[in-house]
Design a protein around this ligand. Structure first.
Ligand code: UT7
Length: 332
């Protein structure tokens, strides 16, 4: 990478809506139990956005916190990773930029569902590498509670709402915080495994209300998630000339604690390297990796100098990984 054209993490921000819904509360309206949800997923509670709070609102909060953490609100571009944009059209990123007082900058959405944050990092890194932007705000924000059928126990307990963000600045590849190799993939042949069938351009309306909600073939998705995340993690380690033993913290997409554990096991990573905040957030889709980074910084388990492996998997299907050395950055 040309000197000065690497993307370097300069700020970190998180935001969760205040309303906590624990497993017992869910079990009062759904045929499930705290015991089932905890043992099958590791989730104890999740945050749910109020009816008048949207993805844009969450993204503005997390983005503002990341700008504060970076110590400057100067950015040339905003990339929003989301699959729950406020409207089907237009994208939500320009509204987020305006909400942050940044009207005029380049702003667009990236939709790679739960892998969205990694895809958005790659996109922002490309803007910096190409000399199009010097500083980019990357936000992952989703309100998946809006996509879940309140009567579907196979999805409702899994998901939560939230937003997380980083500021990337142009810098050098050997600086702490510089993004290492990035590995991204997709397989659209398996789109039906995790899908909201109606509401998009192919099927604007449906007589079947359930078609507007997320359907998930959980067990098959689980198997793909473990295999693809491990495969992609190995790819970036190999490209970086590093070994699994070099990884201090594994920050995987928080879809299920058992997926994180199984992936770490496949990689030969000890469990104490696995960052897991899913117990209190659930699966927050594109927000999950930056939220996990922020939580790990707050509780002291992620420290400057740690080698961090980030890996995600989601609907699409999409998956990918990247590496970095954690810089001296704290959540704003
Ligand atoms: O974000 C990116 C993509 N998403 C994921 O990566 C999610 C991947 N999938 C998963 O995390 C898991 O597959 C789930 C947590 C969704 C489900 O766990 P599972 O161990 O695969 O359970 P299952 O769907 O195979 O169901 C096992 C049993 C079934 O009962 P029977 O047929 O054995 O009697 C289900 O009906 O558990 C039952 N079940 C439940 N019971 C109580 C399914 N959901 C629930 C529930 N509460 N919420």
């Amino acid at each position: 990478m040309q000197k000065g054209h690497s993307a370097v993490v300069a700020g970190l921000g998180a935001w969760l809506p205040p309303r906590v819904v624990d497993n017992d509360e869910l079990s009062r309206s759904l045929d499930t139990s705290d015991e089932w949800i905890r043992t099958r997923t590791g989730i104890r509670e999740r945050r749910i956005a109020d009816a008048d709070t949207s993805t844009v609102d969450l993204a503005v909060q997390a983005g503002g916190n990341a700008l504060r953490s970076a110590g400057s609100d100067v950015v040339d571009a905003l990339v929003l990773a989301t699959s729950t944009a406020d409207q089907l059209c237009p994208a939500s990123a320009p509204q987020v930029a305006s909400g942050l007082g940044l009207s005029g900058i380049a702003a667009f959405d990236v939709n790679a569902v739960c892998s969205g944050f990694l895809y958005a990092l790659a996109t922002a890194g490309g803007l910096i590498a190409g000399g199009i932007a010097n500083r980019v705000l990357v936000i992952g924000a989703d309100v998946f509670s809006r996509l879940c059928d309140p009567e579907d126990r196979s999805t409702l307990p899994i998901f939560g709402d939230g937003a997380g963000a980083v500021v990337l600045r142009a810098g050098d590849a050997d600086e702490p915080g510089a993004l290492g190799p990035i590995d991204l993939h997709s397989d659209g042949e398996l789109a039906d495994l995790l899908i909201v069938p109606a509401g998009g351009a192919r099927q604007r309306v449906s007589a079947e209300p359930h078609d507007y909600f997320l359907t998930m073939q959980g067990t098959t998705v689980f198997r793909h998630a473990c295999a693809r995340m491990a495969e992609s993690a190995r790819t970036v380690l190999e490209r970086a000339g590093q070994d699994v033993a070099d990884v201090d913290r594994f920050v995987g997409h928080q879809a299920n604690l058992r997926i994180l554990q199984a992936t770490a096991k496949q990689l030969g990573l000890p469990e104490d390297r696995v960052v897991a905040n899913i117990a209190r957030t659930g699966n927050t889709s594109a927000a999950s990796i930056p939220l996990a980074l922020a939580d790990a910084c707050e509780d002291g388990s992620l420290r400057p100098g740690h080698r961090v492996l980030m890996t995600a998997f989601g609907a699409g299907l999409t998956w990918g990984s990247t590496l970095l050395t954690w810089p001296d950055v704290k959540p704003g």
